[in-house]
Design a protein around this ligand. Structure first.
Ligand code: GLN
Length: 190
């Protein structure tokens, strides 16, 4: 199994490390031609959605990544990655890949609570540590979207077909539950 990690900006190295520890082979996607390689899954890391979105467009990669996801490529977006996949951002006129039927609120926890950690359930897999950094949450989820986690009554992890989105950063903890779930999505597609 080979997983491509979008490495234009943000916390991509931490995903590489975690997936490596789970025995998955990874490579960094930095340019359009990297997308021509054969790979089984895609990670869109946390960072700044506006910067990553701009770079994706400038490097001519936005349409290719969108087409790959729409073609069924298992894709996991964390934080900024969730915002890039969202079909709509409630408090921002921008939207990017628009592949996932969710509406997100950007920088949703305000300045005071910009970053925090908590424990909460991830699907049926029990409680896991969740680290939020200037995180979004999902304010609306379409019918085909399965809600996997909620914190304070707000949706923070969800799945739609081949897409997994988390508002938090599992790659910044030592808990591998979410990455193992994603590897399972690749092995057993819906
Ligand atoms: N606030 C960032 C954004 O709007 C997301 C933060 C993160 O990825 N940790 O893209």
């Amino acid at each position: 199994m080979k997983i491509g990690i979008l490495a234009l900006q943000g916390a991509f190295a931490e995903h590489e490390k975690m997936l490596g520890s789970l025995g998955a082979e990874t490579f960094e996607i930095r340019q359009k031609h990297d997308l021509r390689r054969r790979f089984d899954g895609l990670i869109i890391p946390g960072g700044e959605s506006t910067v990553q979105g701009k770079l994706l467009a400038e490097l001519g990669m936005l349409d290719d990544v969108k087409a790959a996801i729409e073609g069924g490529l298992p894709t996991f977006g964390t934080c900024a990655g969730l915002l890039l996949m969202a079909k709509k951002i409630e408090n921002d006129s921008r939207a990017y890949l628009k592949t996932m039927d969710i509406t997100a609120v950007r920088n949703a926890y305000g300045r005071q609570l910009g970053s925090f950690s908590t424990m909460a359930a991830f699907g049926s897999l029990g409680d896991i540590p969740m680290t939020f950094i200037r995180a979004p949450y999902i304010s609306e989820a379409g019918e085909g979207v399965e809600i996997l986690s909620e914190v304070g009554g707000r949706i923070v992890a969800a799945r739609q077909k081949n897409m997994l989105a988390a508002a938090f950063h599992p790659e910044l903890t030592d808990n591998t539950t979410v990455h193992r779930y994603f590897i399972d999505m690749i092995k057993n597609p819906r």
